[in-house]
Design a protein. Structure first.
Length: 284
């Protein structure tokens, strides 16, 4: 397998980055709605107006395009094509995972939305604990499984891209550890993972793999079971994985000082005060 780079996979990286932005909604030109999470922004309508260079317009794939999709009480699609999964994390508090599955020509992109609501990310511990990030990943299980079946049944799909930004980048990292190998084993579409400014992976992730629901890829995550407490000691970057981060990004590099170099945390919105917990995260 050739190693993916920004040079030999530029068009695929661009597609992944584009959808990683679109999945947040609230873009210029959207017919804005009133919901704070932008679940009802016209994703399908917007993407139908956008073409890749030399290609066709994007087609959002949702339940009607995915015959095997079953939300299993976890996820559903909005009328405008956004996937929304949910999980209870505490009494009266749900955690939501939003994503898009879209096709353009011979390329299908699955993208995870990152954190866009500070209170929810704090209450759900989405990026800040192993349990929180794995619970969030589970909300995407119906979408990931439907994407798998779609790629497996469409021989004209040549490229499958998985992307996400920030917390979405962490979800790409989890995909690399938990699901990527089964997509490779299809010997169908070529896989490319694009993780943008990832918050990283908690080393304790294996402890929360209830009843062995996931098979951790030993070629990607090195797991130590010393004293019966499994934890990840090292991540091995797959050849089909690309990490992108700005050197000033405080999620990917949480130890950075603010602009005046006097304090690591600011109160002006430039820094999440609890990013300190990301300092020990593992990265590809």
């Amino acid at each position: 397998m050739p190693v993916r780079t920004l040079f030999n996979s530029a068009e695929l990286v661009e597609a992944g980055m584009f959808l990683a932005r679109v999945v947040y909604g609230d873009l210029p030109g959207y017919a804005q709605d009133s919901d704070s999470q932008d679940w009802n922004d016209p994703y399908r309508q917007y993407l139908a107006t956008v073409s890749r260079p030399g290609g066709s317009a994007w087609q959002v794939l949702s339940a009607q395009d995915l015959p095997t999709f079953s939300g299993n009480g976890i996820g559903t699609f909005s009328a405008t094509g956004l996937y929304v999964g949910e999980a209870w994390v505490s009494a009266g508090n749900k955690e939501y995972g939003e994503g898009l599955l879209a096709r353009n020509g011979d390329t299908v992109v699955l993208t995870f939305r990152g954190t866009d609501e500070r209170l929810d990310s704090f209450l759900g511990l989405q990026a800040f604990t192993a349990a929180g990030s794995l619970t969030l990943y589970n909300t995407y299980k119906p979408l990931i499984d439907a994407a798998y079946d779609y790629v497996a049944s469409h021989s004209d799909v040549k490229h499958f891209v998985v992307s996400g930004h920030s917390l979405g980048g962490t979800l790409v990292d989890l995909f690399a550890i938990l699901d990527a190998q089964r997509f490779r084993d299809l010997n169908a579409a070529e896989l490319t993972m694009v993780s943008i400014a990832s918050a990283g992976v908690d080393e304790d992730l294996p402890k929360y793999n209830a009843f062995g629901a996931y098979n951790f890829d030993a070629n990607t995550a090195v797991i130590d079971t010393f004293l019966g407490l499994p934890h990840i000691t090292n991540l091995i970057t797959p050849a089909d994985y690309i990490s992108i981060a700005n050197s000033d990004d405080r999620v990917r590099f949480p130890g950075l000082l603010d602009g005046d170099a006097s304090t690591p945390w600011t109160s002006d919105g430039d820094q999440l005060v609890y990013n300190d917990v990301l300092l020990g995260r593992l990265h590809f």
